[in-house]
Design a protein around this ligand. Structure first.
Ligand SMILES: [Zn+2]
Length: 159
């Protein structure tokens, strides 16, 4: 990079995340900043789906969320929870809108109660935005799309 090259308003910064392939479950380290180039799983060559919420295994929490170079919004949910179902399309849309800059993940609190208790989850859905591996903001209960965007600005304000 030459000295006079001014950083664009939206610099393409590598933001690696480690995620399991939705098809073969192989762990892949991918650059979220290149989501528009449709990255593929190194093992089965099927697409890594980054424009929708990814399902997290509790065992992967450290490397996929805490170890992510990009902000991660985690939806702590359960299958039987009505408000969680209401949140699903809102999160789908949020993931689409922020594809390439924010990872959206879902964690089933019934399957991974230890992770839920680690973050003091008392009601679901709980949405926690992690920035640099640490909690930056959270919302509890089903919230409209606008409140998710507020969560982002709150997190930016706190850094
Ligand atoms: Zn695969």
């Amino acid at each position: 990079m030459s000295a006079e090259s001014t950083a664009a308003t939206e610099p393409t910064r590598a933001a690696h995340v480690t995620l399991r392939c939705a098809f073969c479950r192989t762990l892949n380290r991918i650059d979220l900043g290149r989501a528009d180039q449709k990255p593929r799983c190194a093992h089965c060559s099927r697409p890594m789906l980054l424009d929708r919420p990814v399902r997290l295994e509790g065992d992967d929490f450290e490397r996929s969320v805490v170890g992510a170079e990009a902000p991660v919004l985690v939806d702590f949910y359960a299958d039987w929870c009505g408000p969680c179902k209401m949140m699903a399309p809102v999160l789908d849309e949020f993931a689409r809108r922020h594809a390439g800059s924010i990872l959206v993940a879902k964690l089933d609190t019934d399957r991974w109660p230890d992770v839920a208790s680690r973050f003091g989850i008392r009601g679901i859905p709980t949405l926690i935005l992690f920035v640099d591996g640490a909690e930056a903001a959270r919302e509890t209960g089903a919230v409209p799309a606008g409140r998710l965007e507020e969560l982002l600005s709150r997190a930016e304000g706190s850094t």
